[in-house]
Design a protein around this ligand. Structure first.
Ligand code: C2O
Ligand code: CU
Ligand code: CU
Length: 519
């Protein structure tokens, strides 16, 4: 198969022409008229034998994906969506470390899609069923057959039984669709939800919990004047795919501009950027109240005071916000300059005893670089057409269907150097493992294309303290080499790594990788 040569991505070419149905202007709607919804907690319905040890019985959940309608905002009409257990976000899983569960994910969706499929995309050919789903638990150390491999999709009327052993530290994971070639549409339709793993170490910190711990699942959408999801398309009806999709409506837990009544005390917020392609930059109208305590894969060594939190698609943050000094105030959470959520702080101070912020959290031992048995140089590439419109994005210049090139040995440590040759930041996610960011460093992209050589043009920069914990998704900045280090623990088998901008992931910016059992 001939590969198109990457074109220079530096000349600003014409951008794709976008054809919109008339769009609802989200900013025309009244703010803070709907309470913030909290997703239901998923409940097991029985106990079933563990696939690895049939004497042991594990909680069994059955979650059906269904079409449903709900109101995104008081003044909008009901919006058709697809959701796990007919809600979006889907129900929240509450689980404990090392206590496995079984989930049967049933596809009970209609058998036609309501968003525009691009049949020219690999895996989404017109010969395939329109509606295909497979669930991935992002951040989970799951066996390969329960990881939601993109080719393991199944159509309407079918289900898959997955085993999540939860042999990992307390963290906020999230589950979402991962079907090859239409993942961006399935997630946009509403197929995502939160999944918490808890452990004793986290319990011992006595962080705010129960009604004082709240998931905030943030993502952007576009609606038409009928309040329906409006996934944008290119001007070519045969190739509707667009390289990026940004909505003007930024939803929190599935509502537009909700409000939350809080007590004047500390709260713990578990924040997920579930957007297809939008990077979030969150801040509070009151400065000095946010303390970051965790990253994608769990707690930081110590709290960090933050005025602004940036999250790429797929990333999570764990924060304590202390409303104690804001009695009676209304405080807004902003993304960039726009308010997305309002906190209404009660006028009466609770009688609760003063809650102290722990000074230290969970130690994060640095993985020594010297423990890596291999360093892989992996390029991120945008392939443009003759008029410099992005056609596809590649990892290491390879397509999804090409043979596996990344094959770490089980329990070995590797450094992956992500060479971003494009003009955009790409959030790179590895399934199965947690990793640490070593550094980011500018390099000369034109020298790289001309000679295949990495010529650094600046010093290596350590990760920001906000990213200096355990991660599973990392922002690879343009023109930089981003180095991560991971121990490939868990299970041998086939997994994937990919860009978490879902439009990129669907159009080839995803590769299989194999964890191979030691010889
Ligand atoms: Cu959240 Cu493979 O992704
Ligand atoms: Cu994942
Ligand atoms: Cu990307």
């Amino acid at each position: 198969m001939a590969l198109a040569l990457p074109q220079s991505t530096h000349a600003p070419g014409p951008r794709p022409v976008t054809k919109f149905r008339t769009q609802l202007n989200a900013s025309s709607l009244a703010q803070f008229v709907d309470p913030l919804p909290l997703p239901e907690i998923a409940q097991p319905t029985s106990f079933r034998p563990s696939p690895t040890d049939p004497v042991q019985k594990l909680p069994y959940y059955r979650i059906a994906m269904r079409e449903f309608e709900s109101k995104i905002h008081r003044d909008m009409k009901p919006t058709r969506q697809w959701g796990y257990a007919a809600s979006s976000p889907g129900p929240t899983f509450e689980t404990r470390s090392s206590q496995g569960i079984l989930v049967e994910w049933a596809n009970e969706l209609p058998d036609t899609h309501f968003l525009p499929i691009d049949h020219t995309i690999h895996g989404a050919e017109a010969s395939k069923p329109e509606v295909r789903t497979v669930v991935h638990l992002h951040g989970a150390k799951a066996p390969p057959e329960s990881d939601g491999y993109p080719d393991n999709w199944y159509p309407t009327g079918k289900a898959a039984l997955y085993h999540y052993p939860n042999r990992q530290e307390a963290a906020m994971l999230w589950y979402h669709d991962h079907a090859l070639g239409i993942n961006r549409l399935n997630v946009f339709a509403g197929l995502l939800g939160a999944f918490f793993v808890r452990d004793e170490f986290e319990d011992s910190l006595h962080l705010p919990s129960g009604k004082y711990e709240i998931p905030l699942i943030v993502y952007d959408r576009i609606f038409d004047l009928e309040s329906q999801l409006n996934y944008p398309v290119s001007a070519d009806p045969k190739k509707p795919w667009l390289p990026e999709v940004f909505g003007d409506a930024v939803l929190v837990n599935g509502k537009l501009f909700p409000y939350l009544e809080v007590e004047p005390r500390p709260y713990r917020f578990r924040v997920l950027n579930g957007s297809n392609g939008r990077f979030l930059h969150l801040s509070l109208s009151e400065k000095g109240a946010i303390h970051q305590i965790g990253t994608d894969q769990g707690l930081l060594p110590a709290p960090l005071a933050r005025d602004r939190i940036s999250l790429a698609p797929g990333e999570r943050t764990d924060v304590i916000v202390d409303f104690s000094a804001m009695v009676g105030a209304s405080v807004v959470l902003k993304n960039d300059i726009s308010a997305i959520l309002q906190f209404r702080v009660a006028k009466t101070k609770a009688l609760a005893s003063v809650i102290a912020m722990p000074q230290t959290l969970r130690p994060v031992a640095k993985i020594p670089e010297s423990s890596a048995v291999k360093t892989r140089m992996l390029s991120l590439v945008e392939v443009d057409d003759v008029v410099q419109r992005p056609m596809t994005m590649l990892l290491n210049n390879a397509h999804w269907s090409m043979p596996v090139t990344e094959n770490p040995v089980l329990d070995s440590t590797e450094i992956w150097s992500l060479l971003n040759t494009t003009d955009d930041a790409h959030p790179i996610h590895l399934h199965l493992v947690r990793f640490q960011i070593l550094d980011r460093r500018n390099f000369d992209v034109s020298v790289y294309w001309a000679k295949g050589e990495v010529k650094y043009t600046g010093p290596a920069m350590p990760p920001d303290p906000s990213e200096a914990g355990w991660k599973d998704t990392v922002r690879a900045d343009p023109g930089m080499v981003t180095r991560i280090i991971a121990r490939f623990e868990g299970y041998p088998g086939r997994y994937v790594w990919h860009c978490h901008i879902l439009e990129h992931e669907d159009n080839e910016m995803m590769r299989p990788y194999d964890v191979v059992a030691a010889p």
